[in-house]
Design a protein around this ligand. Structure first.
Ligand SMILES: Cc1cc2nc3c(=O)[nH]c(=O)nc-3n(C[C@H](O)[C@H](O)[C@H](O)COP(=O)(O)OP(=O)(O)OC[C@H]3O[C@@H](n4cnc5c(N)ncnc54)[C@H](O)[C@@H]3O)c2cc1C
Length: 421
């Protein structure tokens, strides 16, 4: 197996890696290998798998424009064959939002569901294998030296390499950027809360599965889940962030909705690391929450009092949290500037969709979205050095499934351009 040679090696079988592989396999006869350190493809595709097909959702606007993203989204659509969801009454919500200085984006969306995601991945990897792409799971990329990749299993040669290790590959990418002398910029961070409430308090989800509201000052709703919907906690270095997901329609609904309200922060002058800042906030929340995220009923938040266990177990509110964390006081740990903006946005949202600020609605904190340092790219195809491409969420070229897939296509196009005579 040692010193096997491939034209292209792709690290990571998430949507970014798959997007690159499909484009290369359909448009060339290049010998392609995908390696992934995990046992099953494909990173974030394995989760809730809401696919957004409208710019700018998922696309950092400083490196993408609408024309280019929309053209690539057509290709993503051809591969993922989404079953689009319908919208109703959008005009009414949009009108209400506009009156308040907010915006409701109309996004073409499909939802696969956590329980169906494995089947989709199986289909996609099967198609790629038929196209001749070789997969190697449980193999971890370690070092890069010239055109040689060293993994935990072997040494491989390549002409070009595409690295797509996702957000969790943060330290891996950082190490490679340091080793290869690739310049980078610290990226933005998104910090906020996740709300959980009864569907009747946020009935818009019956008309629009994942409504994307944009409020002033870089605050937005994000990742709405309903049907059989749950809040979860994810472990990061020194803290937990909350997140949400839902199962497909096959599962019985629990009548709950959850979604995040996030504010984007970029520290510019003096320039400081956004990631370190977010990590400090995460750890501060753990301090207050005794090692766990905090949850607070909106009624308590309004009255400036902490929530207690009894507020979740023994009172008259007729739903319990799907994630049992520490009842407390979010205002003790979330910075005032962030919390104030989120609260202002929530009041607007409660006017647009009356009910969301029902006293029983649970506010979880923190929800933190961190992105790896973004490399300085040397071309429009996410090359960081000749024949080395960094793509996907980890490299800051995307923030979602369809955009990361599109970033894979963009890198693949760059490779094909360089291959052609
Ligand atoms: C709980 C959750 C729910 C989400 N829900 C949605 C959603 O509904 N809709 C949406 O658009 N986005 C969602 N996202 C975000 C979405 O998953 C990401 O935007 C997307 O997966 C990014 O794709 P990627 O290919 O860049 O990275 P990933 O999907 O993270 O894939 C990276 C892959 O690289 C592998 N890897 C890492 N390092 C190495 C290494 N050194 N060697 C070999 N392999 C390596 C990993 O094992 C992984 O399989 C969700 C994320 C989470 C965590």
């Amino acid at each position: 197996m040692n010193n096997e040679k491939y034209n292209i090696i792709i690290i990571g079988s998430g949507p970014a890696g798959l997007g690159a592989a499909f484009h290369l396999a359909r448009n060339s006869k290049l010998k392609i290998l995908i390696i992934d350190k995990r046992i099953i493809s494909s990173g974030g595709l394995r989760n809730d798998c809401k696919q957004n097909y409208t710019f700018p959702v998922g696309f950092p606007e400083d490196i993408w424009n609408e024309e280019e993203a929309s053209a690539l989204l057509k290709e993503v659509e051809r591969e993922l064959k989404p079953d689009f969801m319908e919208f109703n009454n959008i005009k009414v919500y949009r009108r209400r939002a506009e009156k308040l200085g907010a915006k409701l984006l109309k996004i073409r969306q499909a939802h696969v569901g956590t329980d169906n995601a494995a089947e989709l991945i199986h289909t996609l990897t099967g198609e790629l294998k038929e196209l001749g792409v070789v997969f190697s799971f449980k193999e971890e990329a370690l070092h890069l030296e010239g055109h040689t990749l060293i993994t935990d299993k072997r040494t491989l040669q390549f002409d070009s390499i595409i690295t797509a290790p996702g957000r969790a590959g943060f330290s891996f990418l950082q190490k490679w950027m340091d080793e290869l002398g690739i310049e980078y910029i610290d990226n933005i961070v998104d910090i906020g809360i996740r709300l959980e409430t009864k569907e009747e308090n946020y009935p818009i989800v019956r008309d629009y599965y994942d409504p994307k509201f944009i409020f002033p000052n870089k605050t937005r709703t994000f990742c709405t889940n309903s049907g059989a919907a749950y809040v979860v906690k994810e472990k990061y270095d020194g803290y937990y962030s909350v997140n949400g997901h839902s199962f497909s329609k096959k599962r019985k609904s629990n009548g709950l909705v959850n979604f995040a309200v996030l504010r984007t922060i970029r520290l510019t002058d003096p320039i400081r690391s956004g990631q370190e800042y977010a990590s400090i906030l995460g750890k501060s929340a753990m301090q207050v929450g005794g090692g766990n995220p905090i949850m607070q009923r909106t009624g308590d938040f309004r009255m400036d009092r902490r929530s207690k266990f009894s507020d979740f177990n023994e009172d008259l509110y007729n739903f319990k949290p799907t994630l049992n964390v520490t009842p407390g006081d979010i205002a003790l740990t979330c910075p005032a500037k962030i919390l104030r903006e989120i609260w202002k946005s929530l009041k607007k949202l409660d006017t647009i969709v009356p009910g969301i600020l029902h006293p029983s609605t649970i506010i979880y904190y923190p929800e933190i979205k961190m992105y790896a340092n973004r490399p300085v790219f040397i071309d429009n195809h996410f090359a960081v050095k000749e024949n080395i491409y960094f793509i996907g969420d980890g490299a800051g070229t995307s923030r979602g499934i369809t955009a990361s897939w599109a970033s894979g296509i963009r890198a693949a196009e760059g490779i094909l351009k360089n291959c052609s005579p």
